[in-house]
Design a protein around this ligand. Structure first.
Ligand code: PEP
Ligand code: MG
Length: 580
């Protein structure tokens, strides 16, 4: 039995014999065609492009039905690539002037293109997988080879691969593929996003998982903990099967809570909201009993296309969320591009340290036209709705004031133009840096609400890259320094009557719910799947208990003591809860 640790990107447990998908590395030698065959060769290439486009359109259609149109829009990038004039001209030149075979033209031109992406910072380099995806599709159609059919399996498997293209992931047969694990990494890769949207447990960033398995080995994929167990012993299988069964039963048992309020035993009402990336996900939030959207991550609007979304595209997406939510609150976060998330600008000089670089609000303040376009759309979507606007990664008052000035400018413009908009939209900020937490008292004078983003707050407090598997074990919200910063924020909120919510992953981890309640948090915004469990815990405790737990937690000096204590206390009030 071997245990491998990676990054869990899609939760759940899958147990099945493995199937290893080879990396389809086509080896294309340089071959030439006789001069008088060049036109026929070009016709062959054009035919392959046509077939590939039809396949992609079909895949996009099927994916839209399965994962929603926003997630499926990644295939627009593939179609855009095949329609790209520069690229097609290069294909033609390589075949007609260079007398190369179509395969050679495809391989050289697209690999050159991929290299351009690889030279960009991490978040743009993710696009390289889409370029390879298109290259493989074209080569398959030129050579008549067939892809290993993950769409037509007849038995349950877990898929192991060096990497999976977004197309391969989107085409997976959800019934038979119990999970997948790949050597390559990246939480924000399209492959990870598609896996989450399909609900397939997945672990990435394993480096060498494909070389560690024997054909047909049983493999356990634990997407919650980011663990892969190869050739598990009977006891481990039994434990995982039991855990998986109990967990499914427990989750089903929470369904009855859906329409009940999130209120403590002694009557304190808590608000539970959902985090979404795509408008389609509103339905899941509401099904799980969420009372609105506490974080709408809008950077995913930038996922599918190569150009910036227009004001109308932003507006349509926001309005869809608002309409699906009815009268419930919706917090729209302005784009958090840069660092590990997509950006449009290909010409940018790669940053040496993108997590500390021009990301989020900094990126927006340096790209004012883009920022204003989005702000206008949010203000328009706020008409007759409970929409709030939130800025990410604020580190100084100056930054907040600059962002608010852009909102004021946009409102003035829209007033002059007579465009309907919401002129008194509540404005909040994310607290995701120590500087913002420590200055919460000052910020509280200038915002309507705070939302604590623990994913980044932990990263910046502990100096641990949130996406780096090598330091993943150091990434912990239970570090006393992180908890103290959270306390600063909830206190500043209480003193200044500013609402405080939390939308980082910590808010959805049931182990932390008691201490967060005790520290004064009254709004939790989590991935939709976590809402019922958090609600169950809230309904099982008194505020007095939570205050006691928080007091005790704040007296500990080490993360280990805190985790051990919180596990015990959580299990006392909710024995069925799964805490790692
Ligand atoms: C966070 O940092 O906690 C957060 C919610 O934002 P994101 O994960 O999108 O960076
Ligand atoms: Mg963040």
């Amino acid at each position: 039995m071997k245990i491998k640790k990676g990054i869990g990107v899609s939760p759940g447990v899958g147990i099945a014999p493995d199937v290893v998908v080879d990396s389809e590395e086509f080896d294309i030698p340089e071959r030439h065609v006789p001069v008088d065959h060049a036109q026929a060769e070009l016709a062959r290439l054009r035919q392959a492009i046509k077939i590939s486009k039809n396949e992609i359109r079909d895949l996009k259609k099927r994916s839209t039905e399965r994962i929603g149109k926003e997630a499926a829009s990644i295939f627009d990038f593939h179609l855009g690539l095949l329609d790209d004039k520069v690229l097609n001209r290069k294909f033609t030149e390589t075949v007609l002037s260079g007398h190369a075979t179509s395969e050679y033209a495809v391989a050289t031109v697209l690999r050159g293109y991929a290299k351009e992406f690889l030279d960009m910072p991490q978040y743009m380099a993710e696009r390289v997988k889409d370029v390879y995806d298109v290259e493989k599709r074209l080569l398959r159609n030129l050579t008549g080879q067939h892809q290993q059919a993950l769409a037509h399996l007849t038995r349950e498997v877990v898929v192991l691969a060096h990497d999976l293209t977004p197309s391969q992931t989107a085409a997976m047969d959800r019934v038979h593929v119990r999970g997948f694990a790949i050597n390559a990494g990246g939480q924000t890769s399209h492959t990870a996003i598609v896996a989450k949207a399909l609900g397939i447990p997945a672990v990435v960033g394993l480096n060498d998982v494909t070389t560690e398995v024997g054909a047909g080995d049983t493999v356990i994929i634990d997407g919650n903990r980011g663990v892969v167990v190869i050739d598990p012993d009977a006891r481990t299988i039994e434990e995982y099967q039991q855990f998986s069964r109990q967990h499914v039963e427990f989750i089903q048992s929470l369904d009855v809570l859906r329409d009940l309020p999130a209120v403590t035993l002694d009557g304190h009402e808590i608000t539970l909201l959902g985090n979404i990336e795509f408008p389609d996900e509103v339905t899941t939030v509401l099904e799980k009993g969420g009372q609105g959207i506490g974080l709408y991550r809008t950077e995913f609007l930038y996922l599918g296309s190569d150009t910036e979304p227009t004001e109308e595209e932003h507006y349509q997406a926001y309005r869809e969320v608002v309409e699906r939510c009815g009268a419930r609150p919706v917090v729209i976060r302005t784009v958090d591009l840069g660092a590990d998330k997509y950006t449009q600008s290909r010409q940018r000089i790669p940053e040496r340290n993108p997590m500390l670089g021009c990301r989020s609000i900094r990126y927006c303040l340096q790209n004012l036209a883009m920022f204003k376009t989005q702000i206008r759309a949010i203000l328009r979507a706020g008409v007759d709705a409970q929409v709030m606007m939130m800025f990410p990664l604020i580190t100084s008052l100056l930054e907040l004031r600059q962002a608010k000035t852009v909102v004021r400018d946009a409102i003035e413009d829209m007033e002059e133009e007579g465009v309907p908009h919401c002129s008194d939209i509540p404005i909040g900020m994310m607290v995701e840096t120590p500087s913002a937490a420590l200055q919460a008292g000052a910020f509280a004078q200038e915002v309507d609400f705070f939302s604590i983003g623990t994913n980044d707050l932990v990263q910046y407090t502990l100096a641990v890259d949130r996406g780096n598997e090598k330091v993943a074990s150091l990434f912990s919200a239970a570090n006393p320094a992180v908890l103290r910063l959270i306390k600063e924020v909830t206190r500043a909120g209480q003193r200044n009557d500013v609402a405080v919510s939390m939308c980082g992953e910590m808010a959805g981890d049931v182990m932390f719910a008691l201490v967060l309640l005790g520290l004064g948090l009254r709004t939790f915004s989590t991935t939709p799947a976590a809402i019922p469990e958090i609600k169950k815990l809230i309904r099982s405790v008194t505020m007095e208990q939570a205050l006691q737990v928080a007091r005790r937690v704040m007296s500990f000096d080490s993360e280990k003591e805190i985790v051990n204590y919180l596990r015990v206390e959580t299990q006392k009030v909710m024995p069925e809860a799964y805490s790692e």
